[in-house]
Ligand binder design. Structure first.
Ligand SMILES: [Fe+2]
Ligand SMILES: [Fe+2]
Length: 554
């Protein structure tokens, strides 16, 4: 067994030769072998010969007993993987399923162990679907996992905690699909869904990215940004998956909508159909949240995992307009992140008395200006509408209206219902306090807040300072220790060049632009700079920097 330990080191360090060696074999987790059972097929372990040549050797033959002693030895040597021949996969699957059934039914097995085994089962099913094809038989296998998991969730509170441990692992596309199904089902349970509904959602979510099996691996795992053509190919995966699974007739329209519409965004900016709001099914809106959170919090070939609180911050602040805000707020509660260092403050409707609002009926050209003059949070808003006498036929109690206003540079929009109105002594409209809302970012380019050293070149003089935020279109720069007449040297519209290393460049890159805003406070000044004619290298490096920082979900 000592040689096995050496071989494990080799396994993790070798690359292509090991892939060659394991062609025709399938890996099995050691924990999926059950002490005291009879092995259903030949088991192979990697052996190292003379310190160099590596081979797979048969260690147990089909029908041998897998003893507790042998199992303990493997575990004590850190051997987590063994191999079986591909042809033996079906018999191993039968062996595993029958054992799994016993374990799930056993009250003595800790819930963590049950959850881990259910997860392994799901992973093997999804792997099979991706490797082979999403036909009726393969997809139906997914029901087995979803059923076990739903039963486990309904029976045991501890499962949710065990899941959080699983979530911290690395994985690839197949595990991502499992994770999204697990996370989504656990979230639906938090929302109060019953077991049958959990199963129904989980079945769709488990195969949400199945269309990726038709996308080239070089694109799926490309380190760095996809070019426009590659991204177009990637964007085909929801429809590819949908069309293939629909043919099998095993999923309901709701379940299929998870596959087709999990990349649709509430503001209509998603794909493949550009649907908006409630035109996107509830299943797909939930799947999008779980999908995005999972993608952000997981290591991928092209990016490292973000901590959950940071992922939620990005989802609420930068991508909030693409999610169902109400569901996102519940998701934050579900994760228990409300008290974390990144509070979900953006999830509360920010509306102050005195704010100007614009009211319109859906799909109608009329718009009415109003002023928010009163409210009872969670119950109603009172808007003074000067043109109410003329508009009252459109704004009858029970009619729906869309209300918009500007808050902190964003357009906030919600759909609400007219509760009633009065015309004397002032024209007031009573609206239901909205249960959800969208925030539409007015800025075309997402901005990264940062604190990076930079300097600006003003008429041949360098001013050292700090880059406060940056986007592809411009930045904000601050500097101290200058004379107060800097504003006269820097009128709005003046040309300026900013230099920054953007963290990792060996020498500062130039960013040419125009001054758009000047703020002077004693010896400190802040400049708003709009980039103009960036040189190719600076543009490319800035795009890569922003891409890395924003970690946009594909
Ligand atoms: Fe996807
Ligand atoms: Fe996904």
């Amino acid at each position: 067994m000592e040689s096995l330990r050496v071989k494990k080191v080799r396994l993790t360090e070798t690359g292509t030769d090991f892939h060659e060696l394991t062609k025709g074999f399938v890996s099995i987790r050691t924990r999926n072998l059950f002490p005291g059972s009879v092995v259903p097929c030949d088991l192979y372990f990697p052996f190292l010969h003379g310190g160099q040549a590596l081979s797979l050797e048969k260690a147990l033959a089909s029908g041998d007993e897998y003893t507790a002693e042998f199992h303990d030895k493997l575990i004590s040597h850190g051997i987590q993987t063994v191999y079986i021949r591909k042809e033996a996969e079906a018999s191993f699957s039968d062996y595993f399923t029958s054992k799994l059934q016993q374990i799930i039914n056993s009250p003595n097995t800790p819930s963590e162990v049950k959850t881990q085994l259910i997860y392994d089962d799901a992973e093997s099913i999804v792997k099979k679907v991706l490797r082979e094809r999403p036909d009726q038989g393969n997809i139906r296998l997914g029901r087995r996992f979803v059923n076990y998991f739903a039963i486990q969730l309904a029976a045991d509170e501890v499962t949710a905690d065990a899941l959080l441990v699983i979530f911290s692992k690395d994985y690839y596309t197949f595990t991502h699909m499992v994770q999204v199904a697990l996370l989504g089902m656990a979230f639906c349970r938090f929302l109060g869904w019953k077991e049958d509904d959990l199963k129904s959602f989980g079945f769709g979510a488990l195969f949400h990215d199945v269309g990726k099996s038709s996308i080239d691996n070089a694109i799926l795992n490309k380190p760095g940004k996809l070019d426009a053509d590659e991204f177009d190919l990637m964007k085909a995966h929801p429809r590819l998956g949908y069309e293939r699974v629909k043919k099998t007739h095993v999923m309901t329209p709701d379940q299929l909508s998870v596959i087709l519409h999990h990349h649709e965004a509430l503001d209509g900016s998603g794909y493949p159909d550009g649907l908006e709001g409630n035109d996107i099914s509830l299943y797909a809106r939930i799947a999008r949240i779980a999908d995005c959170f999972d993608a952000l919090t997981t290591n991928r070939p092209y990016k490292s995992a973000l901590p959950p609180a940071k992922a939620i911050k990005i989802m609420t602040d930068e991508m909030g307009h693409t999610f169902d805000r109400e569901l996102l707020a519940r998701f934050v509660q579900f994760l228990g992140l409300e008290e974390a260092d990144q509070p979900a403050s953006g999830l509360r409707l920010q509306i102050d008395l005195g704010i100007k609002v614009l009211l319109e009926l859906e799909k109608q050209p009329e718009k009415w200006n109003g002023l928010l003059v009163g409210m009872e949070p969670e119950r109603y808003l009172i808007v003074r509408v000067p043109a109410l006498a003329a508009a009252k036929n459109h704004l009858q109690p029970g009619s729906h209206t869309v209300c918009r206003y500007i808050c902190r540079g964003n357009v906030v929009q919600f759909r609400t219902k007219v509760l009633g109105h009065v015309l004397h002594p002032v024209k007031l409209l009573f609206l239901k306090f909205p249960s959800g809302f969208q925030v539409l970012n007015l800025r075309k380019n997402p901005r990264i807040e940062c604190f990076l050293p930079a300097d600006v070149d003003i008429e041949g003089r360098h001013y050292p300072g700090t880059l406060l935020d940056i986007s592809i279109g411009g930045c904000k720069f601050s500097s101290r220790g200058v004379s107060s007449d800097i504003s006269s040297q820097l009128p709005v519209g003046a040309s300026i060049t900013l230099f920054s290393t953007l963290f990792s460049e060996p020498s500062p890159l130039p960013f040419a632009g125009l001054v758009r805003h000047v703020e002077v406070d004693r010896d400190k000044f802040i400049l708003g700079i709009q980039f103009e004619r960036l040189d190719g290298v600076s543009h490319q490096k800035l795009s890569a920097f922003l891409e890395n920082m924003l970690v946009l979900v594909r």
